[in-house]
Design a protein around this ligand. Structure first.
Ligand code: GUN
Ligand code: ZN
Length: 433
C-alpha cells in the first residue's frame, strides 16, 4: 500500500471559533487538496499548487464536488445502548430502570461486547464520526471489546467502564474497590495505547456512594492525563434525588467538586438545570458542559441554555448521547441543537454548529493540536460530505447560493446518507455490509 496519497475536494475547516472570530475563523478552498503520509496530513491547500509538488506515482482520489472537512467528534455516548435507542415513554430515572439497566446487564457477555463494539464503531464511521467518548457498562469486558475494536481500526477513541455501586440492579454494581481496581487495570492496558485514551467514569451521583466518588477522585489525581466523565443536572427528579443523597452539598455541582471531579478534562453530561453559581464553578475549573440535544428532547429533560452557558464562560461540547439520544449522526445532532436554541429565542449559525462538531469538540477534549482541523501535522481523520445525497437535499440545493446555506442543508436534511466517505488516519473506511 502507498504511504502517500492525495485527496482532491472542496475543503472546509476552522482555525478558531466563529462566534468569536467571525469569518476569519473558517477556511474554504473551492478546488483543494490534502496530502497524507503515514496517517498524518502533510499539506493542505489549493490543488493547483499541490499537484505540481506530487511525485508522478502518487495516487490521487478525487472527491469533487463534495466537501472534505475534519472528521466529526462525539463527546458523550454509551456503548451498551445501541439497543436502547428508541425506547418509548419514560423520563430519565424510569428510562434508566426500565430499559437501560436491563440492557446493560447483557454486557457481562464478552461475545456480545465484541459484536456490538464492531457494530458501534462501524456505525460511527458510517456517520462521519472519527472520534467519540463512550461510557461502557460496569463490566471491564465492555471496554476491552471497545478499545480492541478501536485499536484495530486505528481510531482516536476515548472511553471508560462506568463505576456504579448503588441504586441499580445487583448485576450492574461494582464496589468502590472493584471500580478502582478495574478502572486502574484498564488505564494501564489501554490509556495512550495507539490513539486511545481512558475516561474515568463514575456514572452519576445517584449510582455512586460517597466512597466510590472518593476513589473516582483518587483515580483522577493519580491519572491526570485521563478524562473524567459523568452526568449532571439532566432531569428535575434526578436533581431532587441527589439533594436527598447529599444533603450537605451546596448543589449538584458541589457534590462532584468536593471529590475533586471538576477540571480541564472533566466532561459533564447535560448541564440543563445548572444555577449561576454552578456555571461559575464550571468556568473556574474549566470543566466542559456537554450538550446532548437529541437526548434532552427525547427523554424530555429540558432545554440546554447555550447563551447563558457561553456568557458564563463555560467550555461547551456537543454530543449524541446514544442511546438516550436518537441519532448517531452529528449532523442530526446539530439539527436538533439548532431547534433547542430556537425554542429559547437563540440562534445558532451553521458555522458555529460545524465548529462544535469538529474543532470545538477537539478543544473540549484538549485534542485541538491533533484533530478537528486541517493542517500539516494533524491526524488525517476526515469526512467527505455530499449535500445532494438525497432527492430532498438535491431539490433544496437548487436554491442554495453560498457555503452557509449548503452547511445548513447538510445539518437540517443530512445524516449518514450525506457521508460520501470517511477517512481514519488517511485510510478510507470500508463498511462491511
Ligand atoms: N444519567 C445516568 N446514566 C445515564 C444514561 O445512561 N443516559 C442519560 N441520558 N443520562 C444518564
Ligand atoms: Zn449519557
Amino acid at each position: 500500500m502507498k504511504t502517500v496519497k492525495a485527496i482532491r475536494a472542496r475543503l472546509f475547516w476552522f482555525t478558531g471559533d466563529p462566534a468569536l472570530q467571525g469569518d476569519a475563523a473558517w477556511h474554504y478552498v473551492e478546488d483543494g487538496m490534502v496530502i497524507v503520509k503515514e496517517g498524518v496530513l502533510t499539506h493542505v491547500g489549493e490543488a493547483s499548487a499541490l499537484l505540481a509538488q506530487l511525485a508522478a506515482d502518487t495516487p490521487i482520489i478525487d472527491h469533487r464536488p463534495h466537501l472534505l472537512m475534519p472528521g466529526f467528534i462525539d463527546t458523550h455516548m454509551h456503548f451498551p445502548q445501541t439497543q436502547v435507542i428508541a425506547s418509548h415513554g419514560a423520563q430519565l430515572l424510569d428510562w434508566l430502570n426500565k430499559y437501560t439497566f436491563v440492557e446493560e446487564q447483557r454486557y457481562a457477555d464478552p461475545d456480545l461486547c465484541k459484536a456490538n463494539a464492531t457494530f458501534l464503531l462501524d456505525t460511527l464511521l458510517k456517520h462521519g464520526t472519527t472520534t467519540a467518548v463512550a461510557y461502557g457498562s460496569v463490566h471491564p469486558q465492555s471496554m476491552e471489546a471497545y478499545f480492541s475494536e478501536a485499536l484495530r481500526r486505528n481510531m482516536r477513541m476515548i472511553g471508560g467502564k462506568v463505576m456504579m455501586d448503588r441504586n441499580a440492579p445487583a448485576g450492574l454494581l461494582d464496589t468502590p474497590q472493584r471500580g478502582y481496581d478495574e478502572s486502574r487495570a484498564l488505564i494501564a492496558k489501554w490509556h495512550d495505547k495507539g490513539r486511545l485514551s481512558y475516561a474515568i467514569s463514575p456514572r452519576f451521583a445517584i449510582t455512586s456512594t460517597e466512597a466510590q466518588l472518593e476513589v473516582s477522585g483518587a483515580l483522577v489525581r493519580e491519572n491526570p492525563s485521563c478524562y473524567m466523565q459523568t452526568h449532571i443536572s439532566e432531569n428535575l427528579k434526578e436533581i431532587a434525588f441527589v439533594k436527598e443523597l447529599f444533603p450537605s452539598a451546596k448543589d449538584y455541582t458541589d457534590v462532584y467538586d468536593s471529590y475533586g471531579l471538576l477540571g480541564q478534562r472533566s466532561l459533564m453530561g447535560h448541564c440543563i438545570h445548572l444555577s449561576d453559581r454552578e456555571r461559575a464553578r464550571f468556568a473556574e475549573t474549566r470543566s466542559v458542559a456537554v450538550f446532548c440535544p437529541t437526548s434532552n428532547l427525547f427523554i424530555g429533560s429540558g432545554l440546554f441554555d447555550w447563551a447563558k452557558t457561553v456568557e458564563a464562560n463555560v467550555r461547551i461540547a456537543l454530543a449524541t448521547d446514544i442511546g438516550g439520544g436518537t441519532s448517531y449522526s452529528m449532523l442530526q445532532t446539530a439539527a436538533e441543537g439548532y431547534k433547542v436554541l430556537q425554542l429559547q429565542g437563540q440562534s445558532w449559525s451553521p458555522f458555529s454548529a460545524f465548529y462544535a462538531m469538529t474543532m470545538g469538540n477537539a478543544e473540549a477534549l484538549d485534542l485541538h493540536d491533533k484533530i478537528g482541523s486541517l493542517r500539516a501535522g494533524y491526524e488525517a481523520d476526515f469526512v467527505i460530505l455530499n449535500a445532494r445525497a438525497t432527492p430532498a437535499m438535491e431539490m433544496r440545493m437548487e436554491r442554495v447560493s453560498d457555503l452557509m446555506e449548503e452547511l445548513f442543508v447538510l445539518i437540517t436534511l443530512g445524516d449518514d446518507r450525506a457521508i460520501a466517505a470517511t477517512y481514519v488516519a488517511g485510510e478510507r473506511f470500508e463498511y462491511a455490509e
